[in-house]
Design a binder for this molecule. Structure first.
Ligand code: URA
Length: 195
């Protein structure tokens, strides 16, 4: 089976998920989108109102900013895969609870195992802390980390501020833009190593 076929199968199962109560208040599950063969996978926090309505991750204001940053390094959504830690919208866009993150985790593990990206870019602290529980986003942004995790093996992570947070803070926006510019060189280095 191709990666696309495997992801389609996984997404169909995700659509029937009842692992936590978030599904009850959400219009739909938002599994993720992009290129199943991508070398780079972005992981955000949880769907918001627009994502819940459309079924696609990062389609609101934060998504538009993300698209601009991708374009600034000559990438677009078809070059990447993007998903969230939690696949259903939390009520009133509140932060996902630890129990909800835990309940949703097996889906993300399976997505990562199928896509098998060279690098995982975490967007914001919830995403970062799911992989590196001890890390502080203020110290970790713009840095790579190598970690071995059960079921997803050894992975390289690159921490970024969340685009939604950066939308409302000029300083954070500049930092995020600067951190984003390091992605092409990182990818290049990792792809060379894997050959
Ligand atoms: N913020 C996220 O973390 N994910 C989305 O899909 C949209 C906004």
């Amino acid at each position: 089976m191709t990666k696309k076929e495997r992801l389609d199968q996984l997404n169909a199962l995700m659509g029937m998920c009842s692992n936590c109560a978030l599904r009850c208040g959400a219009s739909r599950v938002v599994p993720g989108s992009g290129n199943p063969e991508a070398k780079i996978m972005f992981i955000g926090e949880a769907p918001g109102k627009k994502e819940d309505a459309s079924g696609e991750p990062f389609v609101g204001a934060a998504g538009k900013f993300l698209d601009e940053m991708l374009a600034s390094i000559n990438l677009n959504r078809q070059d990447i895969y993007i998903a969230n830690i939690v696949k259903c919208r939390p009520p009133q866009n509140r932060d996902p609870k630890p129990a909800e993150i835990t309940a949703c985790w097996p889906w993300l593990e399976k997505q990562i195992a199928i896509i098998d990206p060279r690098i995982i870019v975490t967007l914001g602290r919830h995403s970062l802390n799911r992989f590196l529980s001890e890390a502080k986003i203020s110290k970790s942004h713009g840095k790579t980390f190598r970690r071995t995790l059960p079921r997803i093996g050894e992975r390289v992570f690159y921490a970024l501020y969340h685009p939604a947070a950066a939308l409302y803070s000029g300083g954070m926006r500049q930092t995020l833009l600067a951190d984003f510019q390091k992605i092409p060189a990182l990818l290049h280095k990792l792809q060379k190593k894997s050959k």
